[in-house]
Design a protein. Sequence first.
Length: 318
Amino acid sequence: MSGVGTTVVGEGATGVILGGGEHILSRRNLVVEGTLEHAAGAGPLRFASAASVVVEEGGLVDLQGDVVWNYHSGTGSTFMNGGTVRKSGGGGAATLGHPVPENGVGGRMEVFTGGLVLPDGVTGGGTFHAVEGAEVRYERGADLGDASFTGPGLQRFTGGTLTLTGACVGENVRLEGSALAGTHALSGAWDWTGGALGSGETTVLEGAVLRVSGGGEHRMTSRAVVVEGVLEHAAGAGPLRFASAASVVVEEGGLVDLQGDVVWNYHSGTASSVVNEGDFAKTAGTSSAAIHSHSFQNDGTIAALRGTLHFQRAPTLG
């Protein structure tokens, strides 16, 4: 489909991408007010020379198999979703590559089977939903504001930079390798298994859990983590390492739960700090959890319920 102009799939209408060859969208705007189906087994949809796909509110793109949308040639192509992009078939992964998708405030990307891969990330906000057994994989991070990651399926951030702003909801989010940036407030469940927390501020809201897990080191650089809910450090997880004035502030009602013989220590740069106005507890592990090389100001409760909680420097009272 080529040539300057606009094709509209109107409300109530259905357009279908069929056939095994590649489908090149060149210099044309494709507006979806109804339904655009990409059939299982059909060849890729490839963008060229400022082509665009715009999914309007109420519109649906239905990826019915492990299909691919990606770059062909030229510059300036765009893919904007203000409706719904759905992966409805195929046990493998569908791929939405370049142009980087923009998911609008009312936009929704949902996976009902298999996976959805975003190799170049995604921008905007809106909702990303995965059912049980399905997943969304963000290979180069994302740049999102007020985003919701819903459903029991897994949302995996495996590389690049994940910039979050505003209030973000996560039901089953795993930070596996992306570097976290931006200032945001998190609700729901977030699992930090790899990657680093860069500059900015993360607030773990009341009722939310940020879990430190995975065997590698977990580095915080110039980031403040404010705990109004729960910060868990799982048994067997690698050390939490502080760099360049990183800090953890546990608010009244907040909890740091050390679930094993874990380590918090200094990495590099300006001295880092921990301020506790809530509860800071070691709840499991028969040996020692170690808090090294930090300023630790305590106005709350420190408890070793199992084993030993060892401070290299004695906490000070605020």
